[in-house]
Design a binder for this molecule. Structure first.
Ligand code: HEM
Length: 185
């Protein structure tokens, strides 16, 4: 949520576009937001670039070992695939370091984002059981804020400080985010 608000405060174009979509809803709930394509795109893009588990989750190879891209990994070896590394890889996400929700929509003409490389909730047998709950909460939380407020960065915001305070303790810890919520007219 914090990360998403930061991106919206940094990108007024995206904030305005999102507000335009959300303003049309009669009320906010899981049903009414289900078909909000831009809201879903903003959430996806936040999960891609600002994933709460940037290093990914540990997994073990099967006892017989496994061949990965020409390299044999012995059995019962602990492995990890960096979610952030994969989700910013230019082969799957052109302009991978940029926050561009349009990549999840038909507006994007640089090739739709590669769904298989989008792994904020992990993959396979042990992927996140809370995925749908988390997506619903994120969508409703963000929609509620932008419906009522414009979000702008506070004067004390510094990109360098923000980047320095970003700590990966398996689960991401971010620093304080100075933002202002301005009541919309
Ligand atoms: C944005 C929010 C969330 C993110 C990014 C996230 C991400 C993840 C990831 C990456 C994994 C590991 C998957 C793997 O091992 O490959 C995981 C596992 C898990 N998550 Fe989440 N999660 C989120 C929210 C939640 C919520 C809200 C719940 C419960 C209400 C939840 C419950 C679980 C559980 C129980 C597992 C373990 C599944 C297993 O080992 O079988 N998560 N999550």
């Amino acid at each position: 949520m914090t990360q998403t608000l930061r991106m919206l405060a940094k990108e007024p174009r995206i904030l305005k576009k999102l507000q335009k979509e959300v303003d049309l809803l009669p009320e906010l709930n899981v049903e009414t937001t289900r078909n909000c394509t831009y809201l879903a795109a903003v959430v996806n893009e936040a999960l891609r670039l600002c994933n709460p588990l940037p290093s990914g989750a540990y997994a073990a190879t099967p006892p017989s070992g496994v061949q990965v891209a020409g390299t044999f990994i012995p059995g019962n070896t602990q492995v990890i695939v960096s979610h952030l590394g994969l989700m910013t890889d230019e082969r799957y996400f052109p302009r991978g370091e940029e926050f561009v929700p349009e990549r999840w929509t038909r507006e994007w003409d640089e090739g739709i984002a590669e769904k298989k490389a989008f792994v904020p909730f992990g993959y396979g047998l042990h992927s996140c059981v809370g995925k749908q709950l988390a997506l619903n909460e994120m969508k409703l939380g963000i929609a509620s804020v932008v419906r009522q407020f414009d979000v702008v960065l506070g004067e004390s915001y510094s990109e360098d400080v923000w980047q320095e305070e970003w700590k990966d303790y398996a689960v991401l810890q971010v620093g304080a985010l100075p933002v202002k919520f301005l009541e919309r007219a």
